[in-house]
Design a protein around this ligand. Structure first.
Ligand SMILES: *Cc1c(COP(=O)(O)O)cnc(C)c1O
Length: 461
């Protein structure tokens, strides 16, 4: 450990008492954590006073950037007036009511009703419960299997982790639970290595959609309850489906009466250049889950929206819905989320992402990296971008031991004050929607430096 006494003090206490998520805490403690003390715009500062450009928006969530005073004030006002009350006892509060109504104006057609929870994982867990309840109400209790995809990430509760197609998420917890099954992801860049040959993206999209149908037929349509999917797969490596994929998946789900659960936890709230990824890809979900950008991460809050089909059945069941969290629709979280949506609207962050800054980022990344000897593919949409580092550019061959080269490059980024993320050997960017062109240039320059140095270490430059 190095640094000031204050930093060392915090590192020691953290090591002594705090267990970190998705970390090897013992290994981390030897290194010492970086203590983040404040943020402003796209920047963070650590306890040593070092400035860091956060090109990941925290965990894909800080749409409006750090230090937004309007969100802080909205939270403070709500804290003063009504720091807490629940919705169990025939009660509601102004912030929850207005947030639900506001969401109904932004959500895809037919999504007029929302339930609240506190995290993406809880939202997905709730969604699966609602799907099971729907089929029970319909007198189809045998429809219970939940399908999802390889490389999917839907969170960490028992059910959400069972949906995950990231296999390292399972053995520690004896997951997935029974009743969960997987289909392939529309990961075109990896198609060659996976043995699909030199297939064109659109043809590949149709082929992978067909694999969903094959799985439904294999299990029996009478037993399949739902298909859960992110419009663009995020934590699984930023996988953008070919345009042929979603229309075909929707036809298949409709044909076999399988409910379509769309997880918008990353793709929601402007990230792809529309309010929701479902709008970007023309998807009509039966049920949708959202979190992260809903409050720009300023408060823990998530939501589940019901399409017309599910809401009509569930809201007309004439019985108690036996579900809800102590903090569902928390007044402070709702006040902050509501103000966040107002800021996104007032600053035109969605159309700016679609028309101006998103295309600018994508163009600069393509110009800088498409011809780079270490880069196999540059892909993206809106303010989501991925740069895939590969062993053999022409043959689309990955490095053995996925993650090693990516982490090596990520460390160069980190040491130069840029937060990017390595997923296997893919460098990922998801900057706040307020990112400026100058800041995009800083991201590109720092990333280029890191990728060049990685290429040099591999003798590729
Ligand atoms: C982050 C994420 C989740 C889980 O959200 P938490 O708030 O961490 O529980 C679920 N789905 C997707 C697509 C995510 O990216």
């Amino acid at each position: 450990m190095h640094g000031s006494n204050q930093t060392k003090h915090w590192q020691a206490l953290d090591a002594a008492h705090h267990v970190h998520p998705f970390s090897d805490t013992a290994a981390l403690n030897k290194e010492g954590v970086r203590v983040i003390t404040h943020g402003d715009g796209v920047y963070l500062w650590d306890s040593e006073g070092e400035k860091i450009l956060d090109a990941m928006s925290g965990l894909w969530c800080v749409q409006v950037g750090y230090g937004n005073g309007a969100l802080a004030e909205a939270g403070y006002e709500a804290l003063k007036r009504l720091p807490y009350y629940n919705h169990f006892f025939k009660t509601s509060n102004p912030w929850t009511i207005e947030l639900a109504a506001k969401l109904a104006t932004l959500l895809p057609e037919g999504h007029d009703h929302v339930l609240f929870a506190n995290s993406g994982s809880e939202a997905n867990d709730s969604a699966l419960k609602l799907i099971r309840y729907y089929w029970n109400l319909k007198g189809r209790p045998e429809k219970k299997i939940h399908l999802s995809r390889d490389y999917a990430y839907h969170g960490v509760t028992m059910a959400a982790a069972s949906l995950s197609g990231l296999t390292p998420m399972h053995p520690q917890w004896d997951l997935p639970l029974p009743g969960f099954d997987k289909v392939p992801a529309p990961y075109w860049y990896g198609a060659k290595e996976a043995g699909y040959g030199d297939i064109a993206p659109e043809e590949f999209g149709l082929l992978i959609a067909k694999k969903l149908e094959e799985k439904i037929l294999e299990l029996g349509p009478d037993r399949v309850a739902s298909f859960s999917a992110e419009p663009i797969q995020g934590a699984g490596g930023l996988i953008f489906p070919p345009d042929s994929y979603w229309p075909e998946v929707q036809r298949i789900c409709a044909r076999h009466d399988v409910l379509l659960h769309i997880d918008e936890v990353i793709t929601g709230f402007g990230r792809t250049g529309e309010w929701f990824g479902s709008q970007t890809y023309g998807i009509a979900p039966d049920i949708m889950t959202m979190a992260k950008g809903l409050s720009s991460g300023y408060q823990p809050i998530s939501a589940i929206s019901l399409g017309a089909r599910m809401s009509q059945t569930i809201l007309n069941a004439n019985e108690e819905l036996v579900h809800g969290y102590t903090y569902s629709g928390h007044p402070v979280a709702c006040a902050v989320a509501l103000r966040n949506l107002e800021v996104i609207e007032r600053q035109n962050l969605v159309s700016r992402t679609r028309d101006i800054i998103g295309p600018y980022l994508q163009r600069r990344l393509k110009e800088t990296f498409a011809g780079h000897p270490l880069v196999g593919e540059v892909r993206g949409k809106g303010l989501l971008a991925a740069i895939e580092l590969v062993r053999d550019k022409t043959e689309r061959k990955f490095f053995p031991d996925p993650g090693t080269i990516g982490t090596h490059c990520r460390n160069y980024c980190f040491n130069s004050g840029l937060v990017s993320r390595a997923i296997r050997d893919t460098m990922v960017l998801a900057p706040p929607l307020i990112v400026s062109e100058t800041e995009v240039e800083e991201i590109v320059a720092k990333l280029k430096n890191a990728i060049d140095r990685t290429a040099k270490d591999l003798g590729k430059l």
